[in-house]
Ligand binder design. Structure first.
Ligand SMILES: *[C@@H]1O[C@H](CO)[C@@H](O)[C@H](O)[C@H]1NC(C)=O
Ligand SMILES: *[C@@H]1O[C@H](CO)[C@@H](O)[C@H](O)[C@H]1NC(C)=O
Ligand SMILES: *[C@@H]1O[C@H](CO)[C@@H](O)[C@H](O)[C@H]1NC(C)=O
Ligand SMILES: *[C@@H]1O[C@H](CO)[C@@H](O)[C@H](O)[C@H]1NC(C)=O
Ligand SMILES: *[C@@H]1O[C@H](CO)[C@@H](O)[C@H](O)[C@H]1NC(C)=O
Length: 516
């Protein structure tokens, strides 16, 4: 028996409790611990990404029927005046006037959309203020919250959708009369020519396709239809059967914070995902799979990525005690609801928090309170604490080691960094075999406190033109190395339009084999 397994059986701090829990384990009981003691840690799991929490790249067709689907919340636009041949800029990055004098566009020249409906938007500038029109018709970026004076209509030219006019709340169009003067006072029709100071060329330089975008893009009524259909068809019982028969023994299910206020979550989110999660538990019980409920999107958003359900890339999670308390409430709700399920393997308190929004002190306060919330309902479920992205991977090691049944989650992708741009097949494989294995060893204490979990990895890389054997070797070396994590690993993800990101496809096509 490894120390990790001993740990599963006797995971308590005090001798009396230890005796109690160990003898309790010998009795017939139905908890995830018994199931996993039989199957054994480390687990081999798959993420159910793109199911209860939208990420557009996993299944882009979900967004197909949104009108102006290239103008969703968080879309970043730059506007070039055709008469001045200059970009609009929030002078000083915000807090002052809008000018039209920039030759090149970067942060101060980029405006983030808040969508009111398919044609109506607020425009947020670099410094987080909103563009508005003042009492003398000047265009400024001074409001910290958007109101009627900050609400604009984007009117696109039918023949070239990148040509727009911006209609101000007073009904008139913005115009760049000079480089120093942008005003809301153009009242003429247009033929969209380069001589019209109310015409702007837009560059769309980035967008998000998360839960906020799909819900607010469709609007509550249509979003409810689209998402409920998706939740009941994308993953069903057959998938749990497939997962179990493939040699996997658990699933990690990303969820958003609004699931705790189902069926009537705050707008723009829509209700119904809780029913799907309930279904997942009953299928998991039937096929003897463990479930990790993973809070992937926290209130305020813990990172700027679409999978945190951010509206526009801002990350406000952890900035107030009330926000942390609200997040603990979500964990409390999930733990209470599923504590009695034999398939509740773990609750992951937060996925991929990132500085500067998530400070180390706000995170450890939250992890302490979130851990206690889980323990109020179950002593059996593991509690997973995710490392901060881009931080020292050992910063939580001692902290997490202080909690019985805590697991530290690290994510390993040979992607998303220039380090991997030019690596060959062999260099990628060596990187996993050498560098990742020492990274993992650095956070893996042999006494199992905390346990370690590679909660996300994928057999995809920046290599172009690799063949099937290359992919098989890459997948295998990762299984070998991440198999040393004391809690286990989870592939990202079960289904994906990009084949290598779909564990289902990888298994069905012989790229990944789990049976031993
Ligand atoms: C969008 O919202 C604006 C402002 O509330 C309203 O005037 C307009 O009719 C709406 N357009 C659509 C297509 O719903
Ligand atoms: C409105 O904004 C313009 C442009 O910044 C400025 O020149 C003007 O003084 C402002 N008017 C008022 C009343 O603040
Ligand atoms: C699950 O969905 C697939 C299609 O994705 C379908 O073929 C299968 O019959 C469904 N299984 C169940 C049990 O509903
Ligand atoms: C991997 O580790 C080796 C040995 O420590 C080091 O020389 C190399 O730079 C690392 N590779 C990358 C891509 O960081
Ligand atoms: C796949 O590519 C590798 C080089 O990366 C090569 O050694 C191997 O022979 C190729 N295998 C097949 C089946 O083409």
């Amino acid at each position: 028996m490894t120390s990790a397994e001993t740990h599963i059986l006797c995971r308590v701090r005090f001798p009396l409790l230890l005796l109690l829990v160990c003898s309790w384990w010998l009795l017939p009981q139905s908890d995830a611990r018994r199931m996993l003691a039989a199957q054994g840690l480390p687990i081999r799991a798959v993420n159910l990404g793109g199911w209860l929490l939208t990420e557009g790249w996993i299944l882009p067709s979900l967004f197909d029927d949104i009108p102006n689907k290239d103008l969703l919340d968080g879309t970043q636009l730059q506007f070039k005046s055709v008469t001045q041949n200059r970009y609009l800029v929030a002078d000083q990055g915000g807090g002052a006037a809008i000018l039209a004098d920039r030759v090149q566009a970067s942060g101060w020249e980029t405006f983030k959309l808040w969508r009111i409906n398919e044609t109506t938007f607020n425009l947020r500038v670099f410094g987080n203020q909103f563009v508005g029109v003042n009492s003398t018709g000047g265009v400024v970026a001074t409001a910290t919250t958007p109101g009627p004076s900050e609400t604009f209509q984007l009117v696109r030219w039918d023949s070239d959708k990148s040509r727009v006019r911006i209609r101000a709340p007073n009904g008139l169009f913005l115009q760049a009369k000079t480089m120093e003067s942008v005003t809301a006072d153009h009242n003429k029709d247009t033929d969209w020519g380069d001589d019209d100071p109310s015409v702007f060329l837009t560059n769309n330089v980035g967008g998000l396709q998360g839960e906020y975008q799909i819900c607010n893009g469709y609007g509550i009524t249509k979003a409810t239809q689209v998402l409920r259909n998706h939740w009941s068809t994308y993953i069903n019982e057959s998938d749990f059967s497939f997962i179990a028969s493939s040699g996997l023994n658990a699933v990690r299910i990303p969820v958003g914070w609004w699931i705790a206020s189902d069926p009537y979550p705050p707008l723009p989110f829509v209700g119904g995902s809780l029913q799907a999660l309930d279904n997942a538990f009953s299928w998991a019980e039937k096929y003897k799979l463990g479930v990790i409920v993973d809070l992937h999107a926290a209130p305020g958003s813990q990172n700027p990525y679409e999978h945190s359900a951010t509206r526009d890339g801002s990350q406000e999670w952890g900035t107030t005690d009330a926000n942390i308390a609200q997040t603990v409430q979500v964990i409390d709700f999930l733990a209470a609801r599923y504590a009695s399920s034999p398939s509740l393997l773990a609750i992951e308190l937060l996925n991929e928090p990132l500085a500067p929004g998530a400070t180390l002190s706000s995170l450890t306060k939250y992890y302490q309170d979130g851990y206690n919330a889980v323990r109020r309902h179950t002593s059996a479920a593991y509690v997973i604490m995710s490392n901060r992205l881009s931080a020292d991977a050992t910063e939580l090691l001692q902290f997490a080691g202080g909690f019985s049944g805590a697991v530290l989650d690290v994510h390993y992708y040979n992607l998303f960094s220039s380090v991997f741009n030019s690596l060959t097949v062999e260099q990628n494989i060596d990187f996993v075999r050498n560098n990742r294995s020492s990274d993992l060893a650095a956070v893996t204490n042999q006494n199992g406190r905390p346990l370690t979990f590679v909660g996300e990895w994928v057999a995809e890389w920046d290599v172009q033109g690799a063949n099937k054997t290359d992919y098989q070797r890459f997948a295998q070396v990762q299984q070998d190395v991440y198999g040393r994590a004391t809690f286990g690993w989870a592939y990202w993800t079960l289904k994906n339009v990009n084949n290598h990101w779909s564990m289902q496809w990888m298994i069905q096509n012989g790229y990944i084999s789990l049976k031993t």
